[in-house]
Design a protein around this ligand. Structure first.
Ligand code: NAI
Ligand SMILES: NCC(=O)COP(=O)(O)O
Length: 338
């Protein structure tokens, strides 16, 4: 059995009609320039070969076994088949998309859990395409937690988006704004923050992580006059965390906690809902942001962008975020080998 980063990374296919194949091919071509760790795709080699042809890229795609992937990486883009073919043309998901994308994620997780791969890096999926095919998980984050289940217990997955100058976590994830407010509780904030602290210590080497918690309402509720949740839900969570020795502050007004000077005062900002946390990082670092799932028994990273159907197969997809995701996965896997 290979250990730590002696193992390659496993990269999922993602939505075959999206830009996953484009950025994967581009990242492999730039492997030496960026000193990328060896990786292989779990998917359909023919899909990658077709996309290389559409893009006019000179990439040899090699179908291999997982144990042959690392040595093959220097000369070819290694693909370990899942048995599911992906026929979708760029920008046009078809009935093969969902099965191929789901099988790829399942096989990738099995590879990392069975020590054939060091970490999972996922290419973007189109959630609506998967939902139409009966997929009932809101996104990768929740599906990966289900796949990480042990003895019937599903770990709490925490979504973090990371770039060198900012890390953000949405406490509620893929739910409507109405449901996010209904779901928000002191317990959920505390359990999320505990996972953030634990993984920032073990995977990022931050001994005493500094957390900044956003309020839910404008001006963090303005002393209760603009909403009661900040006093009733967020403030007690901060008190509990501080009682446990966590360096936590809040509730802070969300509109003034992301400017450059403010960002230097914490290691991770917790937003109370998806867009509150993700808009700041996607605005300042769309090209290098990485989506990381904390709380899992293995490392998972992903580019911060989606399937970008509008540019799939055109050669306009920027691979920077995938490259950052591959590098961060290698760094995290080396920090605490799984
Ligand atoms: N981790 C994942 O699986 C994610 C999946 N998605 C899914 O992606 C689908 C599309 O979502 P959108 O909100 O449209 O976001 P998107 O990120 O796919 O696209 C937003 C805009 O950014 C551009 N863009 C995205 N990535 C780019 C790249 N690498 N290079 C150059 N331009 C790029 C697109 O062309 C588009 O104009 C949805 O179904 C969503 O669920 C979205 C985010 C993450
Ligand atoms: N906006 C981030 C996003 O949708 C990614 O979700 P996931 O598929 O990584 O859970």
């Amino acid at each position: 059995m290979l250990t730590g980063m002696a193992r390659p990374l496993v990269l999922t296919l993602g939505e075959p009609a999206g830009i996953g194949p484009d950025v994967t091919l581009a990242a492999w071509l730039q492997r030496a320039q960026h000193d990328l760790p060896p990786f292989y795709i779990r998917g359909d080699a023919a899909c990658l070969t077709r996309r290389a042809k559409v893009l006019g890229l000179d990439v040899r795609v090699a179908e291999v076994g997982a144990d042959e992937a690392a040595p093959a990486f220097a000369h070819a883009l290694p693909v370990v088949p899942t048995g599911r073919i992906a026929t979708a043309a760029p920008g046009q998901p078809d009935e093969s998309s969902a099965a191929a994308a789901i099988a790829s994620i399942e096989h990738a997780v099995a590879d990392v859990r069975e020590h054939r791969a060091a970490a999972v890096v996922t290419n973007p999926i189109a959630k609506s395409v998967l939902y139409k095919a009966g997929f009932h998980h809101p996104g990768h984050t929740e599906f990966l937690a289900e796949l990480a289940k042990r003895d019937g217990v599903v770990p709490q997955p925490v979504m973090m988006l990371w770039c060198p100058s900012l890390a953000v976590v949405p406490v509620t994830i893929h739910v409507s704004l109405r449901d996010a407010i209904a779901q928000l509780s002191t317990e959920l904030i505390v359990s999320t923050a505990r996972i953030v602290v634990q993984d920032l210590r073990s995977r990022f080497g931050i001994a005493q992580p500094r957390l900044a918690l956003a309020g839910l309402n404008p001006h963090a509720g303005e002393d209760g006059s603009l909403g009661r949740e900040d006093r009733a839900i967020v403030a007690p969570a901060v008190e509990i965390l501080r009682g446990e020795g966590v360096d936590a502050r809040g509730p802070l007004p969300a509109d003034t906690m992301f400017h450059a000077a403010a960002r230097k005062t914490y290691d991770c900002a917790l937003g109370m809902y998806h867009d509150q946390a993700l808009i700041p990082i996607k605005t300042i670092a769309f090209d290098e942001g990485v989506n990381v799932t904390l709380g899992l028994p293995f490392v998972r990273t992903s580019p911060d962008h989606g399937t970008a159907f509008d540019i799939a197969g055109t050669g306009r997809a920027d691979p920077s975020s995938l490259i950052a995701a591959l590098k961060l996965a290698a760094r995290m896997a080396s920090a605490a080998p799984t």
